[in-house]
Ligand binder design. Structure first.
Ligand code: SF4
Length: 349
């Protein structure tokens, strides 16, 4: 294998079939290889037992198959699991596995995927942002997070994906789109488009670019503030793409895809949790086909930021409900093992 050999985990079935022809092999061998890689989740060429030894050697000469190396796994009180992975070049990333009922035997499981080593967006509440940016992940490395996590789970099916781990997914859009194609493939993991969420801090040109794909996925916007003054304080991206532009891009996205956009709003005491803030939020999202997730922050997990009281949360929610906004309160999961939103630090903590 040469150092720059293409990663087999990042190739579609069609691409592998084409490569088989180039290697003077029958194209259907490509289907077999794709199945070994994406369904059987093999860790080595030797495991592809229905291929001849000669073909396995040929594959090893032309492609790379490098599973992620598990550094450690942490388990939260609520059942959430966090994995620290080492990549082939020694860089580290994290993935988080969430069980919706906190029950390991339940069928609905969600994997939160990383898309970059570090992140350049520098949101003030985020541990990943503090690391700075190192590099984008390849499609193979993104897909590997689900393949290698599934192998650890021994048969428990991961059926939801959220691109909300380390990194800003829309800054790595080609690899993210390729990974979605791979994971949605009917001969692969078959994860439904509607069970895939891409989250962004609000990069307007990339939202416009994503709209062109007209995918049935869920687009989630990390909003966290109802006006530019507050949002500028915690999310530097807002100085480049202020709320008017962001909401305009969401409007366009909705009209192009016909899909609702989800807005994430972390409720932070004495920052964005007043009745006035709730009214601003209503004005901002009025008329949009949108869902709003309110996430009261966990004080212990987020240091200087505090959780509002139950009364304050209820008052905030009442304003939204009276205005007819589709809003739900979501509790953070895994904050005791630093697996909640904004806590992923690539094992540096
Ligand atoms: S919240 Fe997301 S976009 Fe912002 S710094 Fe963290 S990883 Fe990057």
């Amino acid at each position: 294998m040469k150092e720059d050999s293409p990663e087999i985990r990042g190739l579609t079935q069609e691409e592998i079939m084409e490569q088989m022809t180039n290697l003077q092999e029958k194209p259907f061998r490509g289907k077999q290889v794709f199945n070994w890689v994406q369904v059987q989740r093999v860790q080595s060429w030797q495991e592809m037992t229905n291929l001849s030894i000669e073909l396995r050697e040929k594959l090893a000469d032309h492609f790379s198959l490098v599973p992620l190396q598990l550094v450690w796994e942490q388990v939260s009180k609520d059942g959430t699991r966090k994995y620290l992975w080492k990549l082939a070049d020694g860089q580290k990333i994290e993935s988080v596995l969430l069980f919706h009922e906190g029950d390991f035997t339940r069928k609905r499981t969600t994997l939160c995927l990383s898309t970059q080593v570090g992140c350049p967006m520098n949101c003030s509440f985020c541990a990943t942002g503090k690391l700075g940016f190192t590099r984008n992940l390849s499609a193979g490395e993104i897909v590997s997070q689900i393949l290698d996590t599934s192998s650890l789970l021994q048969g428990i099916k991961i059926n939801n994906l959220v691109y909300m781990g380390m990194g800003e997914p829309l800054l790595n859009l080609p690899a993210v789109l390729k990974s979605i194609k791979l994971l949605n493939h009917e001969d692969g993991q078959k994860i439904g488009m509607r069970r895939i969420t891409i989250s962004t801090c609000g990069l307007v040109p990339q939202i416009e670019r994503l709209a062109l794909e007209e995918l049935d996925i869920v687009l989630a916007i990390s909003l966290h503030a109802p006006n530019n003054e507050l949002r500028n304080q915690i999310m530097p991206v807002n100085k480049t793409y202020p709320l008017e532009e962001l909401i305009g891009a969401c409007r366009h996205y909705i009209s192009k895809t016909g899909r609702r956009v989800t807005f994430e709003y972390a409720l932070i005491r004495n920052f964005n949790d007043t009745v006035q803030n709730a009214k601003e939020l209503v004005r901002l999202l009025k008329g949009l086909k949108a869902n709003l997730n309110l996430i009261p922050l966990n004080t212990i997990a987020h240091g200087q930021y505090c959780r509002p009281t139950r009364e304050e949360i209820t008052k905030f929610m009442k304003v939204l409900q009276e205005a007819g906004l589709e809003a739900v309160i979501r509790e953070e999961k895994g904050s005791d093992i630093a697996a909640a939103c904004g806590q992923l630090a690539g094992g540096s903590k």
